[in-house]
Design a protein around this ligand. Sequence first.
Ligand code: PNS
Length: 171
Amino acid sequence: MRNGAGVRQSHAIYPGSFDPPTNGHLDVIARAATVFASVTVAVVVNPQKRSPFFSVDEREEMLRRCTGAYANVRVAHFRGLLADFVSRIEADVIVKGLRVVSDFESEMAFAHMNRSLSNVDTMFLMSDSSYSFVSSSLIKEVFLQGGEISKYVPDVVLEFMQQKRPAHGRK
Ligand code: PNS
């Protein structure tokens, strides 16, 4: 991406399931927004995941509300290959967060595959250490067992989750 003066401006894509978005995701988005000229947060529409906790629309809505303060962040969704979507929106770089060393093993293969398919590199941001154990799946498990999750998700997400409780929860 180039600005009016022909100067290169990096457009990053931050893909994920975001089911639901966590404070760890938000931390990566906030930091990416300071490094790159624009950031597209891209929710994957994954037909293999039979019963996601939140619909794609809900995930996009939560992300929009959590990232409204960042003028250079937009939220989108995509189906199929990330590499194809990266090419379609002309992103320059894929951003991923790394929480623990073991994340790197799978992410390295994804990064090589995505670069091979789309010629776009992946850049990794280390998740803040305070979020190293926070994942969407763990948040859902703790929530559904009645545990306290307010420390780990933005307020908007907490509200959306509480609305789901009668359908999904035990309380
Ligand atoms: O938040 P997640 O579930 O870890 O995100 C995984 C995601 C969406 C980044 C990954 O599953 C993905 O890129 N899916 C799109 C399909 C695809 O391109 N698969 C090949 C990856 S090399």
